[in-house]
Design a protein around this ligand. Structure first.
Ligand SMILES: Nc1ncnc2c1ncn2[C@@H]1O[C@H](COP(=O)(O)OP(=O)(O)OP(=O)(O)O)[C@@H](O)[C@H]1O
Ligand code: SF4
Ligand SMILES: [Mg+2]
Length: 370
């Protein structure tokens, strides 16, 4: 029986994972049983209506799989997804069709997600055809509006994806995601393939659209400074499990889990405080086919003791808005572990965002920089 750890009040929750699990078939073995890859393993948390929720963790820890499960691009092996009070985990593809427009995805690589043989206009129009905007004239008008809203021009509708830069292609992907009237948009590394200057423009655009369209955003990004800049709350994943969850500022100011503390050292800031944190992450992530017993982090944790390999720590509520899965979080709490708001907000990334915001506000949004 999975404990109810929805982490938000039901009336404010738009999306909830309950014991969400997805195992994949692992690579075939010549002898013996093929072990399954436990990409997401018993994750429970809730996402609030209108918030930006970030999912962080090292490569392979299950972020993309969790994101796909949350909007039913993937079916769970076990557990449930509750969207607006409705259990959507067992819905068939046909039953999901009516909800598909409300739950949208923005991909890391906009080029491979845009059909190269379709014009931009057809790409943005397609979701409206699927989701019932009947008049062709109304659809065309809406395409022009959406292209304008993401900083492209109406005449771009007649061109093909290869005629655009990476940043412009991501804007096309965003316009397409908006076309079906979404309530939740998941961005899986939506800016990491873009040039640094373009990243800031796209992040700013997403933030503006979130306000304007009343969206709930779920963001996956490797850049922890981008996460701090954008998100209200953060969930930290390790080997398929959620190991810490909290409000962004509080979690960055004082990460409680040793893994989160180690992740914070990866933020490249020239700060004496950052240099004081000597325990970075050592060793490789263990295989998700054979995760360590007890606490999955015990093979890399500088604080591990015998209980850690024997008993799995539960995700425990440690404060108003804070959850952590570590037996010894109180003992190992380090007042110097966090990166204070000034350190991270004052770093080059945040300054870059401010700079580009003020710079782009003075310009015609219809002519974004390439
Ligand atoms: N379709 C699949 N079949 C088999 N294994 C898969 C499949 N999709 C993901 N996995 C495995 O599940 C685990 C989690 O993968 P996932 O892509 O969710 O991680 P991630 O945190 O998004 O990583 P990254 O940061 O590199 O994108 C990995 O071990 C991955 O190899
Ligand atoms: S439970 Fe033990 S191994 Fe796991 S994070 Fe806490 S101290 Fe480290
Ligand atoms: Mg991924």
């Amino acid at each position: 029986m999975t404990p109810d750890l929805s982490t938000t009040a039901p009336e404010t929750t738009i999306l909830e994972a309950r014991g969400l699990t997805r195992h994949f078939a692992g690579p075939a073995r010549l002898f013996g049983k093929t072990p399954s890859v436990r990409a997401v393993d018993g994750v429970s948390f809730g996402i609030r209506r209108g918030e930006t929720f970030a999912i962080v963790g090292e490569s392979g820890c299950g972020k993309s799989t969790l994101a796909r499960l949350l909007i039913r691009l993937l079916a769970p092996t076990d557990g449930r997804v509750i969207y607006n009070g409705q259990d959507i985990s067992g819905l068939s593809d046909a039953e999901m069709r009516s909800l598909r427009g409300e739950l949208q995805f923005i991909f890391q690589d906009p080029f491979s997600s845009l059909n190269p043989r379709m014009t931009v206009g057809a790409i943005v129009e397609e979701p409206m055809q699927v989701h019932g905007v009947e008049s062709s004239a109304a659809r065309k008008e809406r395409v022009a509006q959406l292209l304008g809203r993401v900083g492209l021009r109406a005449e771009h509708a007649n061109r093909y994806p290869h005629e655009f830069s990476g940043g412009q292609r991501q804007r096309i992907g965003i316009a397409r995601a908006l076309a079906s009237g979404p309530k939740v948009i998941i961005g899986d590394e939506p800016v990491s393939a873009l040039d640094v200057s373009i990243q800031a423009q796209v992040v700013n655009l997403l933030e503006d659209l979130k306000e304007e369209f009343g969206l709930t955003l779920i963001i996956i990004a490797h850049d922890l400074a981008v996460i701090r800049h954008m998100s209200d709350r953060v969930g930290v994943m390790y080997l398929g499990e959620m190991i810490e969850l909290g409000q962004t500022d509080a979690l960055y100011d004082q990460p409680l889990h040793p893994y989160t503390q180690a992740l914070m050292t990866a933020i490249p800031v020239p700060s004496p405080k950052a240099r004081r944190m000597s325990e970075g992450l050592s060793g490789d992530v263990p295989s998700p086919s054979a995760p360590p017993t007890g606490c999955r982090f015990h093979t890399r944790c500088p604080h591990a003791r015998s209980r850690c390999s024997e008993q799995k720590p539960a995700l425990e509520q440690t404060g108003d808005e804070r959850w952590v899965a570590c037996h010894f979080w109180q003992e190992i709490k380090r007042p110097d572990a966090g990166l204070d708001a000034e350190t991270v907000r004052g770093d080059a990334t945040a300054r870059r965002f401010e700079l580009y915001r003020s710079w782009s506000e003075g310009k015609n949004p219809a002519t974004p920089q390439r």
